[in-house]
Design a protein around this ligand. Structure first.
Ligand code: ADP
Ligand code: MG
Length: 676
């Protein structure tokens, strides 16, 4: 029960059936069809233990019309034999199967009865449970939890959508529905009682998020000043002047949104979303410049070493000429180099600290951390985001007023509107909806793997013309070893087929220094083709690469494919993405490849991904907010999400204590997770 989260009476009362069994009626045996699940009653006219390969108990039941049904038990106890002995009247429930000896039920539920034993008055609930917890026990526990729990109305009547029953009525009904109710309306959650429960749940979720947002608003962050143009020579302006390009309108707009947040004495909690290649890095650098100009430090975290290193290189070339120290921390950097970096961070000499998770390790002491930026935030799970948040709290120097750093998250996987409003409702969102000029759209082609050699011929032509190719080998599930073997074999094959051109190999088992070397050779154009496992997935930026080949594309997720494709199309040359698939394709595999071929738009991809996978999976990490929604469905109940949102705002403003009681009733200890 503890594992199922059933601790309090109210938890039990809110533990609703996933389906029902109808034990309110008896069915004549003559009307049973193969595959029917039904309840019948009759008298045992024969029972014996047979040995047919294995010992089994076989009983024959005849109902009042004289029609017969065989009951078969492959596992049984003496108590079964006793109950099913000749002459006993029994009521059995199970699935009828047209067996060799006529209709039979294997392992039906049964009990000994007499003519007067009443039938169930309500449908019998079947609860989500675990193997270790028998339904009968759970049913009794839920029934008594329902009796004891305080089910008084908390939500002010004026905030409830019209025509909803009270919580108590809805729960009573859902736990013990009357027999004449449509099973279908109950099980597909369209019944009005379910509507009440969904509303309750969505309201709790919206409330807890608005609360989190309000709590955050009470925290204090350093308010940065923006130098007015002409008065000084602010870092941002100098950085802009030094860039080899001008900002797009979208970059300028999101830059302003971020700058506005940074001037407030409340911690920013903003997500910067923009399709792959839309130029998020420079926006991050401009935000960092504001913090540094004000005498604070900025930390930039990326999910992989390759990406962290790439950011580091780019940012060093942008910032060092402006006299800003940039430090660089990763898990693999140890010893003297690491100590020197830690010293730069602690003394404040490093204005910007770039790295992987290593940036928030216990031994990293910042002099004055004012802004934390997380790149590719969707790669960090909920648990990691919670850890980060608590790490940021503890980074506040002792003795000073508890100042929180501002937080900027970046992602190329846009959050669909429904999720933005629910699971991420306490997040402010900035969107780059425009690519830098001069990009030619990527053309995506889908071929069967039998075309592999034809694709390699195309690669050769490209290499001759000085263009570069990524060749991505798929992840082989749960076998890093096979992955590696596969990538190595592909590398050898391509190197042989493309003699005269240099082919590189990159995989997860290589040491960071080796990886860096391979990447450098590719970035400089020395290598024509880079064979790789999915380590290049995020963020890598080599504008001269114009062909992306993905082998066994059907094994990748949609957003992953889109990320990979985004590695090309970064320069002026027309780029192509070739998706090679091995058949036969599953229907979701087909849907993913179709989506890739039909659109380049990251938002559309995200929408289709949500459609194909459902919100829980979309969020990736297991303990995601979406999965905490047990009854409401973010795709189906969108309209109700809006209603709950509006109600939550009013409730938090005008009925504060009721709001708190409602959150506790619904979420108990889970409330923390919803805030991540
Ligand atoms: P992402 O949003 O995927 O992180 P990056 O920040 O890596 O994108 O930028 C992709 C490429 O576009 C980089 O080479 C970057 O220098 C370049 N870039 C960014 N902004 C502009 C711009 N306004 N004009 C031209 N090129 C730009
Ligand atoms: Mg990026």
């Amino acid at each position: 029960m503890e594992k199922l989260g059933l601790r309090r009476d109210i938890d039990l009362a809110l533990h609703l059936p996933m389906r029902y069994e109808d034990e309110t009626r008896l069915v004549p045996i003559a009307s049973l069809r193969d595959g029917d699940t039904a309840q019948v009653e009759g008298t045992v006219n024969h029972a014996e233990v047979q040995i047919r390969g294995r010992r089994q108990l076989v009983a024959r039941l005849a109902d009042d019309e004289g029609d017969e049904l065989v009951l078969r038990f492959l596992h049984f106890f003496p108590s079964h034999q006793k109950a099913l002995s000749e002459g006993h009247r029994v009521r059995v429930r199970g699935e009828a199967r047209g067996g060799f000896f006529g209709l039979e039920m294997v392992h039906p539920a049964f009990k000994v009865v007499d003519e007067a034993t009443p039938l169930a008055a309500a449908l019998t609930p079947v609860y989500p449970s675990s193997a270790a917890l028998p339904q009968a026990y759970l049913r009794r526990a839920v029934a008594s939890g329902l009796q004891r729990a305080d089910l008084g109305e908390i939500i002010p009547a004026a905030l409830l959508p019209q025509g909803m029953s009270t919580l108590r009525e809805a729960l009573r009904f859902l736990h013990q529905p009357a027999p004449e109710v449509s099973l279908q309306a109950l099980e597909n959650h369209s019944h009005p009682a379910w509507q009440r429960l969904k509303f309750e749940e969505l309201l709790a979720q919206q409330l807890s998020q608005l609360q989190a947002k309000q709590e955050r608003a009470l925290q204090v962050a350093p308010a940065f000043k923006l130098a007015r143009r002409g008065l000084q020579d602010p870092l941002q302006e100098r950085l802009l002047a030094a860039l080899p390009f001008g900002l797009t309108n979208a970059q300028r707009r999101v830059g302003d949104e971020i700058a506005t947040d940074l001037q407030l004495p409340v911690p920013m909690n903003r997500l910067l979303q923009g399709d792959v290649g839309s130029g998020k890095t420079v926006v991050a650098a401009l935000a960092a410049a504001i913090a540094i100009q004000n005498g604070w430090q900025c930390a930039l975290m990326a999910p992989t070493e390759i990406l962290a290193e790439q950011h580091f290189r780019k940012l060093v070339t942008w910032l060092e000429p402006l006299n800003i120290g940039v430090a660089w921390l990763t898990g693999s950097r140890k010893g003297k180099g690491r100590r020197a970096m830690l010293e730069m961070v602690a003394s404040g000499k490093a204005g910007l600290v770039v790295g992987t998770h290593a940036v928030i390790q216990a031994d990293v002491q910042f002099a004055k951390l004012g802004l934390a930026i997380i790149d590719e935030q969707h790669r960090f799970g909920v648990a990691q985001r919670l850890a980060l948040r608590s790490k940021l709290e503890e980074l506040t120097p002792p003795g000073t007023q508890a100042l929180e750093p501002h937080l900027l998250m970046m992602s190329a996987t846009p959050i669909p509107r429904t999720l933005a409003m629910t699971v991420f409702a306490d997040l402010d969102i900035s969107t780059i909806d425009e690519l830098p000029p001069g990009r030619t759209p990527i053309v995506t082609k889908v071929f069967s793997l039998s075309k592999r050699d034809a694709v390699i011929a195309r690669l050769r032509d490209d290499a001759v013309q000085g263009r570069q190719t990524y060749w991505v080998c798929p992840l082989i599930e749960e076998s890093e070893h096979l992955d590696l073997q596969n990538a190595t074999a592909t590398h050898a094959y391509l190197a042989d087929a493309l003699q005269g051109h240099s082919v590189g190999l990159l995989h997860g088992r290589m040491k960071p220094a080796e990886k860096a070397q391979v990447m450098a050779a590719f970035t400089s154009g020395q290598t024509s083709v880079l064979v790789s496992t999915t380590v290049i997935e995020v963020g890598v930026d080599v504008p001269n690469a114009s062909l992306m080949v993905i082998e066994h594309a059907e094994r990748f997720g949609l957003s992953q494919l889109h990320q990979l494709r985004g590695r090309v199309g970064r320069g002026a040359a027309a780029s192509v993405c070739v998706l090679l698939y091995g058949g036969p394709l599953s229907s979701t595999g087909k849907a993913r490849l179709k989506a890739m071929a039909e659109t380049n738009d990251g938002f559309e991809i995200a929408r289709r991904d949500l459609e194909i996978r459902g919100p829980g999976e979309f969020l990736g990490a297991r303990q995601s907010g979406a999965q905490l929604l047990r009854f409401a469905d973010l795709t189906e109940d969108l309209e109700m999400v809006h209603v709950a949102r509006a109600a939550a705002e009013v409730m938090l403003r005008d009925h504060r204590s009721a709001a708190e009681r409602h959150v506790v009733r619904w979420l108990g200890s889970k409330a923390e997770y919803l805030k991540a």
